[in-house]
Design a protein. Structure first.
Ligand SMILES: [Fe+2]
Ligand SMILES: [Fe+2]
Length: 229
């Protein structure tokens, strides 16, 4: 499977107060993550993917409710955001096969989920534009982190273990795929989320929507009753 080309250097230059808040908040969280995880990329991926899977579902919920109240079309936003949440959850399900979180990290995940869900929900209600910009900046950082993870694998500091079965099935990777192949498709997913969320924020701000990186192909998840039929 070929991974779609992604532009690693995409950065939305903060324009105006809300963008600066979003960027400052992202850089503060980046500092926390760098301090907490240092070079433990597998653990970093597991913990941060539990956070990354939240905004899409929050955005989908709030847009869904708004469309019901206003009786208007969602312009495809709800499905896009739900797909993002599912895709991030599959990142989590993949990296949990690579690194097992410590008991302390599991406690951090529970605490962070409470705080982040409530804060992000409130932010989305107050300013959906800022909320999408925050996610756009988070995803810029995710692309950088997965690029560091690739270097870690290429330089032999992280073993290039076989790709977990769940990842091979989801992205249709060959049987001999490795962790490196997985990190490449995950990074391409993050670049897609980055561009989609910057695009949504720009659309809400009345700015032109830039180029959107292609999402690597993956299977559609289906319930067991459907698979058995
Ligand atoms: Fe992710
Ligand atoms: Fe992401």
């Amino acid at each position: 499977m070929s991974v779609p080309f992604i532009d690693l250097g995409v950065h939305h230059k903060p324009q105006g107060f809300s963008d600066r808040i979003a960027y400052g908040f992202t850089k503060a969280l980046r500092w926390c993550a760098d301090t907490f995880f240092a070079e433990r990329y597998g653990h970093r991926a597991v913990v941060l993917e539990t956070v990354a899977a939240v905004p899409g579902m929050v955005g989908a919920t709030i847009n869904h409710l708004a469309c019901l109240r206003r009786m208007c079309d969602d312009k495809g936003w709800i499905k896009t955001l739900m797909d993002e949440a599912e895709n991030e959850r599959m990142h989590l399900m993949t990296f949990i096969e690579i690194s097992k979180p410590t008991l302390f990290e599991r406690a951090v995940i529970i605490g962070v989920q409470w705080v982040f869900y409530l804060c992000f929900f409130a932010l989305y209600l107050v300013s959906s534009k800022t909320a999408h910009r925050v996610v756009g900046y988070f995803e810029e950082e995710a692309v950088i982190s997965y690029t560091h993870y690739l270097a870690e694998i290429d330089e032999g500091r992280s073993p290039n273990v076989p790709a977990p079965a769940i990842a091979r099935q989801y992205w249709g990777l060959p049987d001999d795929a490795t962790l490196r192949d997985v990190v490449l498709v995950v990074r391409a997913d993050e670049a897609h989320h980055r561009d989609v969320n910057h695009g949504f924020a720009s659309e809400l701000a009345g700015l032109p929507v830039g180029r959107i990186a292609e999402c690597p192909p993956h299977v559609t998840l289906e319930p067991n009753w459907k698979k058995a039929a």
